[in-house]
Design a protein around this ligand. Structure first.
Ligand code: ZN
Length: 361
């Protein structure tokens, strides 16, 4: 079975580290549609040659053996991507088989390298699509044009045309009751959709009637209503609606960031301020410039990191490990329940590549 990107436990991954600042974790991302064995060999060779500590080098070799044995066993059908986080010394081996190709990457660090997953999650944001008429419904969760979840609901409902024997009033009352029962069921199932946006689609009036049975919370998620026949390709139509919504959303996010900064409100900008706010649990949402990496250092023992380079930790004196500050911000944000949004925009550039909204001040 393939894994869903959206089921990856980011918080758990963000909580793993080597408390002695040793580079004992290997994170590997592979495109397995076209498995490039030379990439793995070359990267392994390069990393091994720069690992000076005997214990760390031995751990690297044993961990790579694990990974290579695993890869030799082959992939699942339909699998396009593979992610592994492994450390022989820490007895950790976590694998994710995905249906999307990934950019090849092998990173050796004191903790799992999860920034690429955060970027993918931001890019392949899941949304809900509900297609219905007055007696049939399909509820989908869709990400990157693919169906990740599907639920079908069908109910017996009298058709529109009255049969002999019943009075018109009795027929209408019964039909109405049946439709109501069906729509209530659909509404209940929609509550279970763990998504930010929902698109409603279908022929006729049922999608309008459904609104009466939805909670306020679900109703607010509906960003578009499409007239479509059952069986029509509503997925690509809903993708367009979602894409439009995301463009508007990003614009609004940046506009409120500007507003908050100007009125000295609930926003921070720059690496230092942002790190501080996330650490304090104040940060609601962190905005990170697309593709940004910043060289920095980290002490896993004290769980501190910063931009620049320092050989030994100023607090405990341990030897530090060099890191990408953005990766550390992602890990910290995952642990502190801060939503992460990657945005490509000039304003964010000028603010040092990282900014965010505060829960409180
Ligand atoms: Zn320290």
């Amino acid at each position: 079975m393939l894994d869903s990107l959206h089921k990856i436990d980011m918080r758990e991954l963000a909580s793993m580290y080597d408390e002695e600042n040793r580079d004992t974790f290997i994170s590997i991302y592979l495109n397995v549609e076209k498995l490039d064995k030379k990439f793995i060999e070359d990267r392994a060779k390069a990393c091994k040659s720069v690992l000076k500590d005997g214990l760390v080098r031995e751990n690297f070799e044993k961990t790579m053996d694990w990974i290579n044995d695993y890869i030799k066993e082959g992939m699942e059908s339909g699998q396009k991507g593979l992610i592994i986080f492994a450390s022989y010394l820490k007895n950790v081996f976590i694998d994710y088989k995905l249906d999307m190709p990934l950019k090849n990457l092998l990173v050796v660090d004191s903790s799992p390298y999860i920034k690429p997953i955060a970027e993918l999650l931001d890019f392949y944001d899941e949304y809900g699509l509900v297609v219905l008429n007055s007696n049939r419904a399909r509820i989908y969760a869709i990400s990157g044009g693919k169906i990740g979840y599907e639920k079908r609901i069908a109910e017996h409902v009298l058709n529109r045309h009255k049969k002999g024997g019943w009075s018109q009033a009795r027929f209408q009352r019964i039909r109405k009751g049946e439709i109501k029962h069906f729509l209530k069921k659909v509404a209940e199932d929609m509550e279970k959709l763990d998504v930010k946006y929902i698109v409603l689609a279908g022929p006729g009036e049922a999608k309008k009637w459904l609104l009466d049975y939805l909670s306020k919370n679900v109703k607010e998620k509906i960003i578009s209503t499409l007239d479509a026949k059952f069986g029509e390709d509503v997925i690509s139509q809903s993708e367009e609606a979602i894409e439009d919504e995301r463009i508007i959303e990003r614009k609004n996010i940046l506009q409120s960031l500007v507003d908050e900064i100007l009125k000295n409100g609930l926003a921070v900008s720059g690496i230092e301020e942002s790190i501080k706010a996330i650490k304090n649990g104040q940060m609601e949402m962190v905005l990170i410039k697309d593709g940004l990496t910043i060289k920095g250092w980290k002490c896993e023992k004290c769980q501190i990191f910063d931009a620049g380079s320092i050989e030994t930790c100023p607090y405990c004196g341990s030897k530090t490990t060099s890191v990408d500050v953005i990766e550390e911000i992602v890990e910290l944000a995952e642990r502190m329940d801060t939503h992460i949004e990657f945005i490509d925009d000039e304003i964010l550039d000028k603010l040092g590549g990282v900014a965010g909204f505060l829960r409180y001040k």
